[in-house]
Design a protein around this ligand. Structure first.
Ligand code: NAD
Length: 283
């Protein structure tokens, strides 16, 4: 079992983690299993969710992998049925599926006269479908699993939802308007849900990771030869702790927010885990 930064007893609880096969959320799945939860690992592709299932099971924990799109209502319902059968009703939902797409990204940070006549992907030539895909994955991909799994939480104690937002939700990052606005919507939706579910006893919070070097942002952070991009230099200069985060550094925030003992009066917060990025003005 994984060594944990804080002890939270989640024995008997069922945790459903979307995007659980990914770089960050696979670590969160392992932390939840090491805290005693039975973990439903949902990914778009079966291979990655099964891999996390196998790793947790080999380590003595309880997990089951499922392949399902967070944007497919019928598939979510079928996945929910399977989880109820295999593990039981959901106590904790982590909405981790998300990410950016190059089709929602501009080539340049600043628009300049003359760009319209170039081959560059400018704000004006952004692909609407690409923009929509990013918005859907992050926001609607948080909405739909919540509609499906929060039903299990009604009338039961100690249930909560944890969404995954991002630094770009506080202040947008250059080049990625779709991802920035989608994550701002995730933070806003977290607050809305927290209020909406407050009488139902379901706490809703979010974690806003700072910069973690993972697969989904690799093309923005590293050149093909492995050297850091100019953007990496800017990120590190704007992160007072002067480094990227390690996925394991999200575990403390997750277990704290998931803990009914530690966070029973905490709902509607978006907790940055960012090495100081969101606190730093740059001066
Ligand atoms: P990742 O690409 O490694 O993992 C993403 C996961 O989401 C994968 O398991 C993938 O199968 C799943 N997924 C994608 N589309 C899906 C769909 N339609 N239905 C179901 N699952 C789907 O990404 P990551 O870096 O681990 O990011 C995890 C979360 O953290 C995302 O929400 C991301 O936006 C957020 N985040 C990441 C960083 C970072 O620095 N990596 C920073 C802030 C926020």
């Amino acid at each position: 079992m994984m060594e944990l930064p804080i002890q939270t007893d989640l024995t008997g609880k069922v945790a459903v983690v979307t995007g659980g096969g990914g770089v960050l959320c696979s670590v969160l799945c392992k932390a939840l299993a090491s805290s005693g939860a039975k973990v439903a690992v949902i990914s778009l592709h079966e291979e990655s969710s099964r891999k996390v299932e196998e790793e947790i099971t080999a380590d003595g924990g309880t997990a089951k992998g499922y392949a399902c799109s967070v944007l497919d209502k019928e598939a979510l319902a079928a996945c929910h049925e399977a989880i109820l059968r295999d593990l039981g009703p959901c106590d904790l939902l982590v909405n981790g599926a998300g990410g950016n797409n190059p089709r929602g990204t501009t080539d340049k940070e600043y628009f300049e006269a003359g760009d319209l006549d170039s081959d560059l992907k400018t704000f004006f030539s952004l692909d609407n479908d690409g923009f929509e895909a990013v918005f859907n994955l992050n926001l609607v991909g948080t909405l739909m699993p919540t509609q499906e799994f929060a039903k299990d939480m009604i009338g039961r104690e100690g249930c909560s939802i944890i969404n995954i937002s991002s630094m770009n939700a506080f202040t947008p990052l250059t080049k990625i308007p779709a991802y920035s606005s989608a994550k701002a919507a995730v933070s806003n939706f977290t607050q809305w849900l927290a209020v909406h579910f407050s009488h139902a006893g379901i706490r809703v919070n979010a974690i806003a990771p700072g910069f973690f070097s993972t697969r989904q942002n690799a093309a923005l952070l590293w050149n093909e030869d492995g050297s850091p991009t100019q953007r990496t230099g800017k990120i590190l200069a704007a992160t007072p702790m002067d480094r990227f985060g390690k996925p394991e550094e999200l575990i403390g925030a997750l277990l704290f927010l998931a803990s009914e003992e530690a966070a029973s009066f905490i709902t509607g917060v978006v907790l940055p885990v960012d090495g100081g990025f969101s606190a730093y003005s740059g001066v």
